[in-house]
Design a protein around this ligand. Sequence first.
Ligand SMILES: CC(C)(COP(=O)(O)OP(=O)(O)OC[C@H]1O[C@@H](n2cnc3c(N)ncnc32)[C@H](O)[C@@H]1OP(=O)(O)O)[C@@H](O)C(=O)NCCC(=O)NCCS
Length: 130
Amino acid sequence: MNFYTRKWIKPEDLNAHGTLFGGSLLRWIDEEAAIYAIIQLGTNRCVTKFMSEINFVSSARQGDIIELGIKATHFGRTSLSLACEVRNKITKKSILTIDKMVFVSVDEHGLPWAHGRTTITYTDERLRED
Ligand SMILES: CC(C)(COP(=O)(O)OP(=O)(O)OC[C@H]1O[C@@H](n2cnc3c(N)ncnc32)[C@H](O)[C@@H]1OP(=O)(O)O)[C@@H](O)C(=O)NCCC(=O)NCCS
């Protein structure tokens, strides 16, 4: 699991109880996962298809620094499956886990498109290929 993005929890990210609002977290996760899928598949024509059960393991508070982790778990023909974890950057305590998120690469008409990728890349070179 690679933890690329860090977030510093601010007042506008909180719910009515003063802890991190789940909707804010899911928005960050979806964007983080989409960027990861774009880099892996080498195309920005990717859409979120599926998200499995979301486990809000523990809460985060204003002032906490959290980090978002994503890992590719399966390259399909047109899809890419990912696993996700969010944790406190300092204590490493888990805040959220998602076992499976699926992104699908699509063509110019929005139809599933075979991406041809089978392995994880650790660079963004695929985005510079023809
Ligand atoms: C993404 C979309 C084009 C896929 O269309 P579809 O008719 O389901 O396509 P397919 O049945 O051919 O499935 C495409 C891939 O998704 C996978 N898939 C489909 N439904 C799935 C599900 N419920 N869970 C996991 N994977 C799923 C298939 O296994 C297939 O993967 P593979 O080619 O690697 O084997 C279509 O569902 C869509 O446009 N959805 C809206 C996407 C969207 O707007 N997202 C939010 C904004 S980004």
